[in-house]
Design a protein around this ligand. Structure first.
Ligand code: SF4
Ligand code: SF4
Length: 506
């Protein structure tokens, strides 16, 4: 039999596959159950339909963003990098379009993590594992690797037959091409990752000429390996065994969350088309499911959704497409498998109408938390100061008494200039009526003022002494307020500290 004939001979292969699956699923005596279940090769069949199209669109958009974003430019002026998204480790900055995050503002990351977590909860409350089925990097890259595999080795049947027959030069050649293409995608995935940490066009040139830093090659190697292994070889096993989210989401879900569901109220009792017709003619019940296994064949994790909720189901919706295609060919209504709830199935079995309750206390609460945290972050970002001051009092000595009786304290002050231009600052102190602030080693300007200039997007550390010339000695500890003032704009940043003096004698 030629390969084409064999591929077309669906029944023989179905029997072969069904026999293998029945054999694999047959219950074993307790003593014979292995601790580790060896992996069954899964050959997901291609499918066309609404959810497949959504998945292609998500794949193109997400991978397009990931691969191309490092090359997007964003003009921040002459003193800052022009890469739209950049993690600048040497300068300790994170740039995201017009937003620039400094190390001390890392709390924004906390806000982002809270929003990300609650968004996952919200997605789960609305429609189960949307993240897993459409957006998770493991799903997206696995989808891409499967597309390459089908392109090179053929769709499910052709691929299965090739693997089960004696391997020819053509089989080896196709395997080689597939793995080469997988490695290319994995390599470019690692390459794109490092471009977020340096100027992308420059780093590409350096990588091409072998002049890039060693760490860039190391990270590309690590990510090439992980992408190739996780998306090419481990695939559904990552979802089944490695990822904690299926367990977490199972604990978070409720009875109103929409999940990919086999509507057994409509599908059972399942039987062949012919038998269903005979049963219906006799007035006996016959379900719409014809047991064609199309929903199982397209499943990337090898799940039979007709068995009910399953941790292995990533809710990708491809079985919906497969079953809808079957139903359309049979002239039956689509939606035998659909986003639905067990609650609705039970309601329909009792003759009650289906209830879809997307807006409920849980979804309102999640949406409110996202809106509040997002709103606070936007407000803080929009109103944050473009200058900052931090003060550290000298530990030893805490103070010195000058020959004229004045008390002097010394401080180390760090001045932050978040603007992309040079700025001049003065520092004053509130809380000591007769005090003098002096920058150590900084000569006064022509007008007698001591100004500290700080470069664009930089910090500067200065030593400062504060001397109290009051006739009465200061208290052992006086709270004072340092004020950093931009001499051009009048913008002010403040920081409290203490001024120490000798213990008062009774
Ligand atoms: S694709 Fe539809 S009809 Fe075919 S086995 Fe699955 S549920 Fe039944
Ligand atoms: S059972 Fe259906 S929804 Fe679940 S992973 Fe398989 S194809 Fe996707």
């Amino acid at each position: 039999m030629s390969l084409d004939q064999a591929v077309r001979s669906e029944t023989s292969l179905d029997r072969l596959v069904a026999a293998a699956e029945v054999g694999a699923n047959a219950p074993l005596p307790d003593d014979d159950i292995p601790l580790y279940a060896p992996r069954r090769n899964i050959y997901p069949q291609s499918v066309h339909g609404t959810f497949r199209r959504i998945k292609w669109a998500v794949l193109v958009v997400t991978l397009g963003i990931y691969y191309l974003l490092p090359f997007v430019r964003w003009d921040r002026g002459p003193n800052a990098p022009d890469q739209a998204v950049l993690v600048d480790f040497p300068a300790r900055r994170f740039y995201f379009f017009s937003i620039e995050i400094w190390p001390q503002e890392i709390y924004y990351l906390t806000g982002l993590l809270i929003i990300a977590a609650i968004t996952l909860f919200l997605m789960n409350a609305v429609a189960g594992r949307i993240w897993c089925g459409y957006l998770c990097p493991q799903t997206v890259w696995t989808d891409l690797f499967l597309a390459i595999e089908r392109f090179v080795e053929g769709d499910r049947r052709e691929h299965m037959l090739r693997d089960r027959r004696h391997w020819t030069a053509s089989t080896w050649g196709r395997k080689g091409v597939k793995h080469f293409l997988w490695l290319m995608v994995a390599w470019w995935t690692g390459g794109a990752w490092v471009l977020y940490f340096a100027d992308a066009p420059t780093l590409v040139k350096q990588l091409a000429t072998g002049e890039a830093p060693l760490i860039a090659y190391v990270w590309i190697g690590i990510l090439t390996f992980t992408t190739y292994t996780l998306a090419g070889h481990m695939r559904e096993q990552v979802c089944l065994y490695m990822c904690p989210w299926p367990r977490i989401q199972a604990a978070l879900t409720d009875e109103y969350a929409l999940n990919v569901t086999y509507r057994y109220d409509r599908g059972e009792p399942r039987c062949s088309v012919k038998k269903a017709e005979q049963l219906r003619e006799k007035g006996e019940p016959a379900g719409d499911c014809i047991d064609c296994l199309q929903c199982v064949h397209v499943c990337p994790t090898g799940v039979d959704i007709r068995g009910g909720a399953n941790l292995g189901c990533i809710q990708c919706g491809l079985c919906i497409d497969a079953c809808d295609n079957v139903m359309t060919k049979l002239g039956r209504p689509t939606g035998l498998i659909a986003y639905d709830t067990d609650l609705n199935i039970k309601a329909r079995l009792e003759g009650k109408p289906s209830v879809f309750q997307l807006v409920r206390m849980r979804t309102i609460l999640y949406a409110a938390i996202i809106a509040i945290v997002g709103g606070v972050m936007i407000y803080v970002l929009a109103t944050r100061d473009s200058e900052g001051i931090s003060v550290i009092h000298d530990r030893n000595p805490m103070f010195v008494q000058l020959s004229d009786g004045a008390i002097r304290n010394a401080y180390t002050i760090r001045i932050v200039n978040k603007q992309l231009k040079y700025r001049n600052f003065i520092i004053s102190v509130d809380g000591l009526p007769s005090s003098l602030v002096d920058f150590v080693g900084l000569p006064p300007r022509a007008d007698g003022r001591q100004l500290v200039d700080v470069g664009p997007d930089q910090t500067r550390e200065v030593r400062v002494t504060v001397t109290d010339y009051a006739d009465t000695p200061p208290a052992p500890s006086t709270s004072i307020l340092f004020k950093l003032i931009d001499v051009d704009t009048g913008e002010v940043a403040e920081m409290r500290d203490h001024f120490f003096g000798p213990e008062q004698k009774p």
